[in-house]
Design a protein around this ligand. Structure first.
Ligand code: 5GP
Ligand code: MN
Length: 327
């Protein structure tokens, strides 16, 4: 029986009593994925633990500044026994971006996450779907540690990592997941010297010229259905033509959502032949996590995703049908 229970203190106790950890997150990394994992990595390091940061995917170029001082390993790089895993920001066990072997052979799997669709798959869980970001949960965890042990663990590196997760998942404090606690956290992290200006410059003001060319091409694919649904399509050819990799193309779905009158924005993005990544965003009332779940994906009420194994045209029809049923 799965007990759906959060217990920060149990997680902290467990961390205190153990030595070897893998920290990791989900496929197609974003700011909260890397921010929360890196914040946890530095936290564990400060506690004197042996920590491996493993992610079997590529870091997007606008987030690589965060991890330039550390080594991110692939599952095949290590051969360890007797370790625990902390999976951050992974709404679904299947999305943890390390090998199944590593997951199955770990002592304990700790899940820290804020996705609505999370089913408490960890041995120990800290899940709060109302949290702005997983970085906010890591902030709470470290703050609790500080309180219990009368310490002051958050330094500039941890603050910068967590601040990145906070502002990327809240869309710079724009989305409805932004709460009073998000601002409390931001204030505290700025006190701790989170490098806010560097983050803004690297994440939002370092887009490649080629990205804008791709964006232009993408906007030409805009379609509107029933004045409420907007789609944008990005094919492998478009990315190749503009010298961009799959993980470098992020943020385009908001152009679909942000059109006047549109409730659901959809990005249809071809990853490989026969594999299409879908991003879903809603503005006010549609729960896109339900739609994503019906297509074997998941996420949050207003931001979710899934993968459809078909060609681009069929994938678009499949997702449109699912959205039309819910709107
Ligand atoms: P994005 O559209 O930016 O890839 O993802 C939006 C949100 O949905 C993120 O929080 C992401 O973790 C989640 N998400 C995206 N794709 C999937 C998926 O295939 N399965 C699950 N469970 N969540 C997903
Ligand atoms: Mn997140």
């Amino acid at each position: 029986m799965v007990i759906k229970m959060n217990n920060i203190d149990n997680i902290l106790e467990f961390i205190k009593g153990s030595n070897d950890f893998i920290v990791t997150s989900h496929i197609n990394p974003d700011g909260d994925n890397i921010g929360s994992t890196l914040g946890t990595y530095y936290f564990l390091k400060k506690l004197g633990k042996k920590v491996y940061y493993i992610l079997d995917d590529f870091i997007p170029s606008n987030l690589s500044f965060l991890v330039k001082d550390i080594e991110i390993l692939k599952s095949t790089d290590i051969n360890i026994k007797d370790y625990n895993i902390i999976a951050l920001d992974c709404g679904d066990k299947k999305r943890i971006c390390i090998s199944e072997d590593l997951i199955e052979n770990s002592n304990k799997l700790i899940c820290i996450d804020h996705h609505t669709s999370n089913d408490y798959y960890g041995d120990l869980n800290y899940i709060d779907e109302n949290a702005s970001s997983t970085s906010e949960l890591v902030y709470n965890l470290i703050s609790r540690y500080n309180t219990l042990h009368n310490e002051d663990i958050i330094d500039e590196k941890i603050a910068t990592a967590l601040y990145t997760g906070l502002i990327t998942d809240t869309g710079n404090f724009m989305y409805s997941n932004t709460q009073c606690t998000s601002f409390d956290m931001a204030k505290e992290l700025l006190f701790k010297k989170a490098n806010k200006d560097l983050i803004i410059k690297e994440v939002f003001q370092s887009n490649k010229f080629d990205y804008y060319k791709l964006l232009g091409e993408s906007l030409n694919t805009l379609d509107i259905y029933e004045n409420k649904i907007a789609t944008i399509t990005v094919t492998m050819d478009m990315m190749k033509r503009n010298n961009l990799t799959f993980n470098d193309v992020d943020g385009i779905v908001s152009y679909a959502r942000d059109i006047e009158g549109v409730e659901v924005g959809i990005l249809i993005k071809e990853k490989e032949e026969g594999e299409v990544k879908i991003s879903l965003r809603s503005k006010t009332y549609v729960d896109v996590s339900e739609i994503a779940k019906s297509l074997n994906g998941g996420g949050h009420k207003k931001a979710s995703g899934c993968t459809i194994y078909d060609n681009v045209e069929n994938a678009k029809n499949i997702v449109l049908k699912a959205v039309l049923e819910k709107i």
